[in-house]
Design a protein around this ligand. Structure first.
Ligand SMILES: O=C(CO)COP(=O)(O)O
Length: 279
């Protein structure tokens, strides 16, 4: 069931769709995102940015960091390391209006924020975001020229029931039902098994590889072989400076989406550079 306010918002959506901007997110480069979630103070953000500015990241890696909304202007101003793009952690499903507490994709584009993370499992679980709602959000954000890090992944119960790939496929299908094949050029998929998020229980490289390969196959069968070969699939869930190298070696792991370790400058830089030691 779609949230009620979405039904109202969807009317605004059609007009906005016509103003599409094409930005290619599928460059094939290793890509690492830092999801700061609801963490930080003005002081801690200042020192994290300082650490990120002084860290050296391989030129061949794309990086985005997603601070809480209130800190984004500070990060845009102070993060002067060219490797980094700024991302939002969420956006609304349509243009702005009477949606208290929300931020629209139009506002993100207007504020020069090129990326948005959508479908994070915390929003699915805590804010009731359905697969369909995430699909509509993705469609709208893409129509505004944003690049989307689309999070998918199964819970522990779903993994134990053997339905991991079914869950991921259903989450991808809800997006694919409302976007075009070309839209996928601006999407990076972040596979984040819920049981591995913030638990210290990282998926083994083989577990992650198996799901990533399944996701890529689904993309080949349901979007196009061309998209499947270039779409980037990040792994997220307890990635840290100690386990990133081994994960990065896997064929279908094209980067990471990092939570806790992205709040530690040195660890995050190490994770960004894990591509150097891979493939
Ligand atoms: O949810 C995540 C990134 O979006 C992963 O979080 P952790 O790296 O803290 O497990």
């Amino acid at each position: 069931m779609l949230p009620r306010c979405w039904v109202v918002a969807s009317r605004v959506h059609a007009a906005a769709q016509r103003r599409s901007v094409v930005v290619n997110a599928g460059t094939g480069k290793f890509i690492v995102g830092g999801n700061w979630k609801c963490n930080g103070t003005a002081e801690s953000v200042k020192s994290l940015v300082k650490e990120l500015n002084s860290g050296k990241i391989d030129a061949d890696v794309d990086v985005y960091v997603a601070p809480p909304f209130v800190f984004i202007p500070r990060v845009q101003k102070e993060l002067n390391n060219k490797n980094y793009a700024v991302a939002a952690q969420n956006c609304w499903v349509s243009a702005g209006g009477a949606f208290t507490g929300e931020v629209s994709a139009d506002m993100l584009a207007d504020a020069d924020i090129p990326w948005v993370i959508l479908g994070h499992s915390e929003r699915r679980a805590l804010c009731g975001e359905t697969n369909e709602f995430v699909g509509e959000k993705t469609k709208y954000a893409l129509s505004k020229g944003l690049k989307v890090a689309l999070c998918i992944g199964e819970t522990l119960e779903q993994r134990e029931a053997g339905t991991t790939l079914d869950i991921c496929r259903a989450q991808l299908k809800a997006v694919n039902d409302v976007v075009t094949a070309a839209d996928w050029e601006n999407i990076v998929i972040a596979y984040e098994p819920v049981w591995a998020i913030g638990t210290g229980k990282v998926a083994t490289p083989d577990q992650a590889q198996e799901v990533h390969a399944g996701i890529r196959k689904w993309c080949a069968d349901n979007i196009s072989p061309a998209i499947a070969s270039k779409i980037r699939i990040q792994y997220g869930g307890s990635v840290n400076a100690g386990n990133c190298d081994e994960l990065a070696q896997k064929e279908d792991i094209d980067g990471f989406l990092v939570g806790g370790a992205s709040l530690i400058g040195e660890a995050f830089v190490t994770i960004c550079n894990s591509a150097k030691h891979s493939k």
